[in-house]
Design a protein. Structure first.
Length: 120
């Protein structure tokens, strides 16, 4: 699994690039950075960019659910960007686990996702 996080300093905006299969150990590596951003900015805006993403291991899915419950009100907007039909469905499913406004964008509309988040 590859997780790359790009922070726009001082903005409460994070771009998370995902590829491969997300496991429990991946969450242990990147969640502290997200939680630090929540403490610093309150509500965050996330761009979750999925490229060659294959979902979660069972442990990764459990960590994701725990994160969603803990940070239900800490996310303002989430833009999911991907190129697979199941990723669009996943973004709708995830909206039940957050108070954030969520939207799915096709890969070709990456810049539109950034604009919707107010980052470009």
């Amino acid at each position: 699994m590859s997780v790359e996080m790009l922070e726009t300093t001082g903005t409460g905006f994070l771009e998370i690039n995902l590829s491969g299969k997300l496991g429990q150990e991946d969450y242990q590596n990147f969640l502290p950075r997200i939680e630090e951003q929540v403490r610093e900015h309150g509500k965050l805006r996330l761009l979750v960019h999925m490229h060659d993403f294959h979902g979660w291991t069972p442990g990764g899915l459990w960590e994701d659910i725990k994160f969603d419950v803990k940070h239900f009100k800490d996310l303002e907007r989430i833009a999911f960007v991907g190129d697979k039909k199941w990723e669009a469905g996943m973004s709708k499913f995830c909206s039940a686990f957050t108070s954030a406004e969520t939207r799915f964008f096709e890969e070709t509309r990456l810049e539109a996702a950034r604009k919707w988040l107010g980052t470009s």
